[in-house]
Design a protein around this ligand. Structure first.
Ligand code: KIV
Length: 279
């Protein structure tokens, strides 16, 4: 069924109507086409690219050029979903000017509709600078993987009063700075619910319970196209890794045994032409 392009005002309306928003990550053209065909509302080219596609231990080494390369591929496959690009580590922290320039590159060179960046209240002036330049921002608080060393690992955030209050204050500061959307990663469900009802911006959870305005998951976790154990917050719908391994093993064995290619995989030639060849 044809659908219209998802806009930021549409997402605010969905929040108002209590209609849940779906978001998934994508890093290449075919995945983007699949997300589009599935009717997903928002596609995020996450810097999780580093973990799930590049085989890195963290998102920290991912660069602007790597992100742009993948964003452009995804853009070609996404027609109507809202496309969000994840600003990589050190592309927005050094200065506000650099943050605006890099966020702008995601729109101008990548065709993104929105950029995402990690961090709490301390990032509010940066969010303000980017949004005042006319670039929509999705904030990201809780477990922020670019600060994994500082957080002491991939742990749930905001479990005690001080931590939870910091997240509430951050969400409010980021909204006041102009963020239209915020991702909550690995925070208690009750906290995500409380912030969602206290803010007007759209809240998207990953490991933040069912009461956010929407949910986001990493594509590779959803389809099991990964060597890592499915994280607690994710739901795996198919074991693609096992299925693809079986297919590849079949191909390898067929080549070895000569079962592939069969006659139907080749191209015929007139026998008279073959005869006249000087070999
Ligand atoms: O990089 C990413 O994929 C993300 C999501 C997990 C929200 O930031």
């Amino acid at each position: 069924m044809e659908r219209n392009k998802v806009t930021i005002p549409d997402l605010y309306q969905m929040k108002k109507d209590g209609q849940k928003i779906s978001m998934i990550t994508a890093y290449d053209y075919p995945t983007a086409v699949l997300a589009e065909q599935a009717g997903v509302d928002c596609v995020l080219v996450g810097d999780s690219l580093g973990n799930v596609v590049m085989g890195l231990d963290s998102t920290v080494p991912v660069t602007m050029e790597e992100m742009l390369h993948h964003i452009r591929a995804v853009r070609r496959g996404v027609k109507n979903a809202l496309l969000i690009g994840d600003l990589p580590f050190l592309s927005y922290q050094v200065s506000r000017e650099q943050a605006i320039l890099n966020a702008g590159r995601f729109l101008k060179e990548g065709g993104c509709d929105m950029v995402k960046l990690e961090g709490g209240s301390e990032m509010a002036p940066t969010v303000q600078a980017i949004t005042q330049a006319g670039i929509p921002v999705c904030a990201h608080i809780g477990l922020t993987p670019q600060s994994v060393s500082k957080l002491g690992g991939y742990k749930v955030q905001g479990k005690d009063l001080t931590g939870a209050q910091r997240l509430v204050d951050s969400a409010k500061a980021l909204q006041a700075a102009g963020a239209d959307m915020i991702v909550f990663e690995c925070i208690p469900s009750a906290l995500a619910k409380a912030i969602t009802s206290a803010v007007s911006m759209v809240t998207i959870g990953i490991g933040a319970g069912p009461d956010c305005d929407g949910q986001v998951l990493v594509f590779h976790d959803v389809v099991g196209f990964t060597t890592r154990k499915t994280p607690k917050m994710a739901k795996q719908y198919v074991d693609l890794f096992a299925q693809v391994r079986q297919a590849m093993t079949g191909y390898h064995e067929d080549v070895r045994s000569g079962a592939f290619p069969a006659g139907e995989h080749g191209f015929a030639m007139d026998a008279k032409v073959v005869k006249r060849l000087k070999i």
